[in-house]
Design a protein around this ligand. Structure first.
Ligand SMILES: Cc1cc2nc3c(=O)[nH]c(=O)nc-3n(C[C@H](O)[C@H](O)[C@H](O)COP(=O)(O)O)c2cc1C
Length: 193
């Protein structure tokens, strides 16, 4: 273990968006398996392992694109926008892999829902860090059909489960730059007296 290396990884991790991906360049499935394995080593209350992922790649990206654009069309009603529909069709095809981020609600123990969600968010941070460590790009999006109830079953989720979004992964063509964070003094109160 090298804390300097970890500090660099944690602080230089950046979201990389689909328009920054190298078009048409795919990533070895085995790397994605390693990344997801790291995700499953996240902390979880009560050993609940509440994460559930689906991985879309190759033809699967087209399936996801068709599913999300058609569901949007069905659900949008008078708010339907052609530009949104078309973006939902195009966006997934820019990625090498897309991982749907699901929370399977723990039912066997008295674990608050927030804690199941928190555990999945920890898993997603492991994805973010792993993607960075492999020199790849990616980001968590809660766009698309994330909050459409009817979308859940497509991702093997039931009514008590939650779809928390999607993690897009691609090879980086244009790196992200220019992140800032507030000084920790703004966010931390020390109590040592
Ligand atoms: C829960 C969650 C949801 C997010 N959803 C979106 C999203 O829908 N669209 C988007 O462009 N970025 C989304 N992001 C990524 C943020 O834009 C990004 O993390 C933020 O700009 C900070 O940049 P950094 O990740 O490079 O530090 C999301 C991040 C989190 C943690």
């Amino acid at each position: 273990m090298n804390p300097d290396l970890f500090n660099e990884l944690a602080r230089n991790r950046r979201s990389v968006f689909p328009d920054q991906f190298e078009p048409g360049k795919s990533i070895d499935d085995n790397i994605i398996r390693e990344i997801i394995t790291n995700a499953t080593w996240a902390p979880d209350h009560g050993r609940s392992e509440p994460w559930h992922f689906s991985v879309f790649t190759g033809e699967g990206l087209k399936k996801l694109a068709a599913f999300q654009s058609e569901l949007y069309k069905q659900e949008a009603g008078e708010n339907f926008k052609e530009a949104t529909y078309s973006k939902l069709q195009r966006q997934p095809l820019k990625a090498s892999h897309i991982i749907s981020i699901g929370m399977k609600r723990t039912t066997t123990k008295n674990i608050p829902e927030t804690e199941d969600i928190a555990a999945v968010a920890c898993a997603v941070q492991n994805i973010y860090l792993s993607v960075t460590a492999y020199g790849l790009g990616g980001y968590w999006t809660t766009g698309g059909v994330t909050y459409i109830e009817k979308a859940k079953s497509f991702f093997d989720l039931g009514i008590h489960d939650k779809l928390l979004g999607f993690f897009y992964i691609g090879q980086v063509a244009i790196p992200s730059v220019g992140a800032t964070r507030s000084p920790i003094e703004d966010k931390v109160k020390w109590v040592d007296y």
